[in-house]
Structures are given as structure tokens and as C-alpha cells.
Design a protein around this ligand. Structure first.
Ligand code: HEC
Length: 137
């Protein structure tokens, strides 16, 4: 194999990785205009229906080590670090993952589990964005 081939392989894998890390905010559903959005009142019920089966502190092995069943643990994040960036929903990996933007392997809930864990609607994602933009309280 030629040196040229190796260089191309290295450069293109870097390009692919950099691309995956960048969230295309124009593809995300818009934030809700609702004010005073809180984890307890607005967000927990959404996550309970679609995420707790795999991301709960009650499970012996929460997937990706992410526990979404309390505000504190949700903000802490998981294997990939912080999944929620208070004040910046467009840069929060969790928002991209539930919006099906970026790497399909990271889409949440996983495609094959959608029957038991309904994918989020645009309205639900909008509420999650408003909550994060308002500081994730
Ligand atoms: C059927 C199980 C399942 C459901 C339901 C599910 N997830 Fe996941 N989730 C996973 C698995 C498995 C991983 C780890 C993927 C990996 O490590 O490659 C993961 C990882 C994640 C991560 C990355 C965590 C990190 O820091 O590494 C986020 C964010 C996430 N999920 C959000 C959600 C949200 C939000 C919901 C609900 C809308 C949800 N997930 C529903 C299985 C699930």
C-alpha cells in the first residue's frame, strides 16, 4: 500500500470525526417559547416514558453510565462526559441524539428499542431545549 493511501485514510478519518462532533443546529427542532421550564414539572415525565428503561439509577448498569432519573445525575453526564450543557441546548449532545442529528449510532432512543421507548416529538424536544437554554433547573 502506498504512502499516499495512508495519508488519505488518516486525513479522511479526521474529517469524519470532526464532522460528527459538530452539531448542525439548523436541523434541530426549535426551542419551545414556554418560560419557567423545570426538570420536575416538564422534563422528567418525558424522559420517564422514553429513556428511564435504560438510563435510571434503579438499573444495575445504566447505559452509557448516564442516569436521567434525577436532575443532578442528568447534569453529571455519562461515559462521554456532559450530555447537557446548561444555557446551550444547540451544543448539548443529548439534544442532537434525540433529534436524530449527527451519527445514527448515537440516536436516542436506539431505533431497535423504539417500540417500547417512544422517540421524542418535536414539541418534547423543543421543551428540552427551552429547559436547557433556561439553565437546566
Ligand atoms: C433501549 C435502551 C435505551 C433507551 C430507551 C435510551 N437509551 Fe440512551 N443509550 C443507550 C445505550 C446502549 C447507550 C450507550 C451507547 C454507547 O455507549 O455507544 C446510550 C447512551 C446515551 C447517551 C450518551 C451517554 C454518555 O455520556 O455516554 C445519551 C445522552 C443518551 N443515551 C440519551 C438518551 C435519551 C435522552 C433517551 C430517551 C429519549 C435515551 N437515551 C433512551 C440505550 C438507551
Amino acid at each position: 500500500m502506498s504512502l499516499k493511501f495512508y495519508l488519505c485514510a488518516i486525513v479522511s478519518s479526521c474529517v469524519v470525526t470532526a464532522f460528527a462532533a459538530d452539531i448542525d443546529a439548523s436541523k434541530l427542532p426549535p426551542p419551545s417559547t414556554k418560560t419557567g421550564v423545570t426538570y420536575d414539572n416538564d422534563i422528567k415525565p418525558i424522559l420517564q416514558k422514553s429513556c428511564f428503561n435504560c438510563h435510571s439509577s434503579k438499573s444495575p448498569k445504566p447505559k452509557g453510565k448516564l442516569k436521567l432519573d434525577s436532575l443532578e445525575t442528568a447534569l453529571k453526564g455519562g461515559d462521554n462526559g456532559k450530555d447537557i450543557i446548561p444555557g446551550d441546548s444547540a451544543k448539548s449532545p443529548l439534544v442532537a441524539q434525540v433529534s436524530h442529528v449527527g451519527d445514527p449510532d448515537d440516536f436516542m432512543p436506539p431505533k431497535k428499542a423504539e417500540a417500547k421507548n417512544p422517540p421524542l416529538t418535536k414539541e418534547q424536544i423543543g421543551l428540552i431545549r427551552a429547559w436547557i437554554d433556561q439553565g437546566a433547573k
